[in-house]
Design a protein around this ligand. Structure first.
Ligand SMILES: [Zn+2]
Ligand SMILES: [Zn+2]
Length: 293
């Protein structure tokens, strides 16, 4: 299961916030974490399977999949990815950890695909697909994950209650993923001293234009964004207070407005953070430095 020659790294596979894709946009959320020989996919938004392969990882090599919350931009492709891994040769169960409700999603996905799945079982002699997802419920606290320790922190992403930030503690590295969240004070101790904090970010100046373009004619979209997501300058402040070594921006909103470029993101975060900064784009690989010892 664990391969010790794998480079410790995080790859941002899909970096746009929200479920819609349009010409020129990147893909919704999924992130690959490889640490101490363990390969973990965090979230499985649309494009996740393609992203994993483009990162040079075979789908059947995934050791675990963690879903941070049940917004579609974080799990729409979970079933298709597992089905595709199965057709690519997956024979052992993949650990799938996510909020209550994920087992129902998987059961319904299998029902929707029953004709095809039954056909391949009979016709191609494949193993039982249903058994290849070993699903457990994600809850606050720590649990072992292969050689790593996985910590989950409930974040603030109303109206969803079961939404989590994740921390992976390995032999030499600590990586924190914020999940979708408003800025929360608890993120500072949770991310303290991390080698890398991957935090969602929103460019406040871009929200007006976004709401005018795709809003539903009232303030609900703006209200959701403002109470459930994190302005980029506040993300920088969290990184500074937590004294992390690297900060990466992910789940970018807006992502497809030509009036807002990488320079705008950098300028906003630089008000509060002067350390190493990565503005996320699909396929961005961040290597975790080798230990000094
Ligand atoms: Zn999201
Ligand atoms: Zn969300």
């Amino acid at each position: 299961m664990t391969q010790h020659n794998i480079q410790n790294r995080v790859v941002l596979l899909g970096t746009k916030g929200g479920p819609a894709i349009r010409p020129g946009t990147g893909m919704p959320t999924s992130t690959l974490v490889q640490m101490d020989g363990l390969t973990v996919l965090v979230d499985a938004g649309l494009g996740a399977a393609r992203g994993v392969c483009d990162a040079g990882v075979a789908l059947e090599a995934l050791d675990a999949i963690i879903i941070t919350h049940l917004h579609s931009d974080h799990y729409l492709e979970l079933g298709p990815l597992l089905h595709t891994a199965w057709t690519a040769g997956l024979k052992r169960p993949i650990k799938v950890i996510g909020p209550e409700g994920l087992a129902d999603y998987w059961r319904h996905f299998l029902a929707a695909m029953q004709f095809d799945v039954d056909l391949r079982l009979r016709d191609e002699g494949r193993p039982d697909l249903a058994a290849l997802a070993d699903i457990s419920v994600l809850e606050e606290g720590a649990q072992p994950l292969g050689p790593l320790t996985l910590h989950a922190l409930r974040n603030e992403h109303p109206p969803i209650h079961d939404s989590y930030a994740l921390r992976f503690d390995g032999a030499d590295h600590r990586v924190v993923l914020s999940g979708d969240t408003a800025p929360i004070e608890a993120m500072v101790p949770f991310a303290q001293g991390a080698d890398l904090l991957v935090h969602e970010a929103m460019l406040s100046a871009g929200i007006d234009a976004l709401c005018a373009r795709v809003g539903n004619g009232d303030d609900r979209l703006r209200h959701h964004l403002e109470r459930s997501h994190a302005p980029a300058d506040q993300v920088g402040a969290i990184a500074t207070q937590a004294a992390v070594k690297h900060l990466a921006l992910n789940h970018l909103v807006p992502v497809d407005d030509p009036n807002f470029t990488e320079a705008h993101w950098v300028a906003e975060v630089r008000r509060t953070w002067d350390g190493p900064l990565h503005v996320g784009h699909d396929g961005l690989e961040i290597l975790l430095p080798a230990s000094d010892t």
